[in-house]
Design a protein around this ligand. Structure first.
Ligand code: EPS
Length: 399
């Protein structure tokens, strides 16, 4: 369940996502999918394309009267910009080679390796699919997964903690400073919801102002800007994922899928790379027991995952996004056909898309957790999954 496929080119007619199978009887609100699509389109540093698009989902199958049927759920998101590309991107067009080919590959993009691998003489045949426009489809999938996870009281949040070389406090530091500020789900949800009203989805307004200045000044130089964002998942019961096979481990599923998000170059779970320089006695979260809480930890260096399984603590993931490879200050490149020295293709582009990536990161995390939870709790219908989930929680509380 929750396996999915996306299709579509950036300037083609539309994006499509198909979730192969879902539990029957899951309530899906289209408004909630559209809200996630809207969130993904926000953020300071976006380019001209976002003024054209206003993403809305169309459900084509698998849903009746707001409830899933268990059959494939297929969704589309229209590309409004398609109207400006009717000839260049025509699926049955006859212009063929008369359309001017793009032959100056952008360093850092899929352009060159894609053209060589697929034997293409027009880079557009690669870049249209490589484009991060595709993430609108994954966001729609994640929005469905999120509604499933809500039924299991699992919540997924994110925030931006670095733009360029400017850093703000990460989740662990924020919690350590004022634990009482985040001690209920309501408080956590409110904190993260407020970030949606800010330009960069960063909780530090002073740092945000500096980050905006950095984006503006790098943009003026014709440059692009990367950054780091963090994903925080609450409410995951112990035992999601498994230690028995490498590909069942929760962190390998999360890392693999999150690294599949365009421009992501690094993933850390919990203390991540920092843990490598710390003594073991400080890295591992000591285990305590309380009649009320059951087993618990006072620290969370593991980022909520031990041995490939959730350990009941918050899951904390950090992702590094490189600067977007389409630069106004074009980099040097070599022509695909003539092999002569050229400057890279300059398409209209975003200068910084880290806030948008954080929303897609949430969506991908949601789809991984939905898949892992449905495999743990089984069942073809929501009633069956809920029964299994509740009896597992009861078993844990009596352990
Ligand atoms: C992208 C290039 C830009 C971005 C696009 C990703 O699009 P365009 O080439 O049309 O200006 O705006 O992102 C989206 C369209 C989106 O919906 O996020 C790229 O090359 O990856």
């Amino acid at each position: 369940m929750f396996e999915y496929l996306t299709a579509g080119e950036s300037h083609g007619p539309r994006l499509t996502a198909i979730i192969k199978s879902l539990p029957a009887g899951l309530k899906i609100e289209l408004d909630e999918i559209n809200e996630q699509l809207y969130r993904r389109q926000q953020g300071y540093g976006r380019g001209g394309r976002m003024k054209i698009e206003s993403d809305k989902v169309i459900i084509n199958s698998g849903l009746r009267h707001k409830k899933t049927l268990g059959s494939p759920l297929s969704m589309t998101v229209e590309n409004k910009d398609w109207q400006n590309w009717l000839e260049i991107m025509a699926p049955d067009g006859e212009k063929g080679e008369a359309v001017e080919a793009l032959t100056n590959p952008r360093p850092g993009h899929a352009d060159l390796p894609g053209a060589l691998k697929y034997n293409q003489l027009d880079l557009r045949n690669i870049l249209e699919r490589a484009s991060a426009r595709e993430t609108a489809a994954r966001t729609a999938v994640g929005a469905v997964a999120r509604q499933f996870l809500n039924e299991l009281d699992i919540n997924i949040y994110s925030h931006v903690v670095q733009i360029g070389d400017l850093k703000s406090k990460n989740w662990g530091q924020l919690k350590a400073e004022t634990p009482e500020r985040f001690d209920s789900e309501k408080a956590r949800a409110e904190y993260f919801a407020e970030l949606d009203k800010t330009p960069l989805r960063c909780g530090d307004s002073q740092k945000t102002a500096e980050m905006i200045e950095l984006i503006d000044s790098w943009k003026e130089n014709g440059d692009s800007v990367g950054g780091v964002f963090e994903i925080v998942v609450t409410g995951v019961p112990v035992g999601i994922g498994s230690h028995v096979h490498w590909d069942l481990k929760l962190e390998s599923k999360l890392a693999a899928q999150l690294m599949g998000l365009q421009a992501i170059k690094g993933v850390e779970i919990g203390a991540g790379f920092k843990g490598a320089s710390m003594p073991g006695s400080e890295v591992h979260d000591q285990i305590y027991y309380d009649q009320e809480k059951g087993f618990f930890r006072c620290t969370n260096q593991a980022g909520g995952i031990e041995g490939g399984m959730s350990n009941g603590e918050e899951i904390v993931i950090r992702l590094a996004m490189k600067p977007i490879p389409t630069l106004a200050k074009a980099l040097e490149t070599a022509d695909l056909i003539s092999k002569e020295k050229r400057t890279a293709a300059k398409e209209r582009s975003d200068v910084c898309a880290v806030p948008a990536a954080s929303i897609v990161g949430e969506a991908i995390t949601a789809s991984v957790l939905a898949e892992s939870c449905s495999s743990k709790f089984g069942g073809d219908s929501m009633e069956e999954i809920r029964r299994n989930y509740e009896s597992y929680l009861e078993y844990l509380s009596n352990f």
